[in-house]
Design a protein around this ligand. Structure first.
Ligand code: ADP
Ligand code: AMP
Length: 217
C-alpha cells in the first residue's frame, strides 16, 4: 500500500507518518528528513538544499524527484510506503506515479491534513526534533519526558532553523498544498480530508480509518 500525506508545514504529517508506519509496518519516507540528513553530512546535495530550505522555498523538482526515486528503489519500499512531504506539486506527483507504475504499483490513498494558519504558527514555533532519529515533539502539545532528550532513542532535541518566525511565514506562503495537486488526487477518487486540529490520537485514528487499517491496528 502506498500512501501520500498532504498538508501545510506543521499540519502533523511527520508525527502521523511515524505513527502510521508503526501501525502498518510500512516504511516512512520523508523528503524533508532526507534533505536534513544531507545537510548534516555536508553533501553537495545538502548544500544546495540548505540554500532553499533556509529561505522557506521548495528545493527544485529535478533534484528532489531524483532523490525520491532513488529511495523508492530500495528494498524496504518494495511493498509500500508512507510519503511525508512528497509530492509538493503536480510535477512531483506525476513523477511518483511514473516511478510506481514501473514497479506495477500506484498510490492507494492521498490523505490531506487540514489545520488553520494560527495553529500552524503555534505548532512550528514549539516544535522540537530529535537529531538522531527525527522523532517530533512539541513543547506544550506533545512534550518529551525529559526536556531536550528524545523518548525513543535518547538523542538530543533541537529546534529547526526553518521554524524561526520569518522562515515560517515564508513556508506558510509558499508551501501549502497547491489546489491542482489536491485536485489531482481528488479526481482519482483517492483523496480523503482529515481534520488535523483534533488531538494527536484522534488524528491517527481518522487516518487509520481512511486507509481501512483501524481494525487491525
Ligand atoms: P509536519 O511534518 O506536517 O510539518 P509535524 O508532524 O512536524 O508537522 O508537527 C508539527 C508540530 O505540531 C510538532 O511540534 C508536533 O508535535 C505538533 N503536532 C502535530 N500534530 C498535532 C496535533 N494533532 N495536536 C497538537 N500538536 C500537534
Ligand atoms: P519538511 O520537513 O517537509 O517541512 O521540509 C523541509 C524543507 O525541505 C522544505 O521547506 C523544503 O525546502 C524542502 N523539501 C522537503 N520536501 C520537499 C519536496 N517534496 N519538494 C521540494 N522541497 C522539499
Amino acid at each position: 500500500m502506498y500512501i501520500v500525506l498532504l498538508g501545510p508545514p506543521g499540519a502533523g504529517k511527520g508525527t502521523q507518518a511515524q505513527r502510521l508506519a508503526e501501525a502498518t509496518g510500512l516504511v516512512h519516507i520523508s523528503t524533508g528528513d532526507m534533505f536534513r540528513e544531507h545537510v548534516r553530512k555536508g553533501t553537495e546535495l545538502g548544500q544546495l538544499a540548505k540554500s532553499y530550505m533556509d529561505r522557506g522555498e521548495l528545493v527544485p523538482d529535478e533534484v528532489t524527484i531524483a532523490m525520491l526515486v532513488e529511495r523508492l528503489g530500495q528494498p524496504d519500499a518494495a511493498k509500500g510506503a508512507i510519503f511525508d512531504g512528497f509530492p509538493r506539486n503536480v510535477a512531483q506527483a506525476k513523477a511518483l506515479d511514473d516511478a510506481l507504475a514501473k514497479r506495477g504499483a500506484a498510490i492507494d490513498h492521498a490523505l490531506l491534513i487540514e489545520v488553520s494558519d494560527d495553529e500552524l504558527v503555534a505548532r512550528l514555533g514549539g516544535r522540537w526534533m530529535c537529531r538522531q532519529c527525527g522523532a517530533v515533539y512539541h513543547e506544550r502539545n506533545d512534550p518529551p519526558k525529559t526536556p531536550g532528550v528524545c523518548d525513543r532513542c535518547g538523542g538530543e532535541l533541537y529546534q529547526r532553523d526553518d521554524d524561526k518566525p520569518d522562515v515560517v511565514r515564508a513556508r506558510l506562503e509558499k508551501q501549502k498544498p497547491p489546489a491542482d495537486l489536491i485536485e489531482y488526487y481528488r479526481a482519482r477518487g483517492i483523496l480523503r480530508t482529515i481534520d488535523g486540529e483534533q488531538p494527536l490520537d484522534a488524528v491517527t485514528k481518522a487516518l487509520l480509518e481512511a486507509i481501512g487499517s483501524w481494525q487491525s491496528a
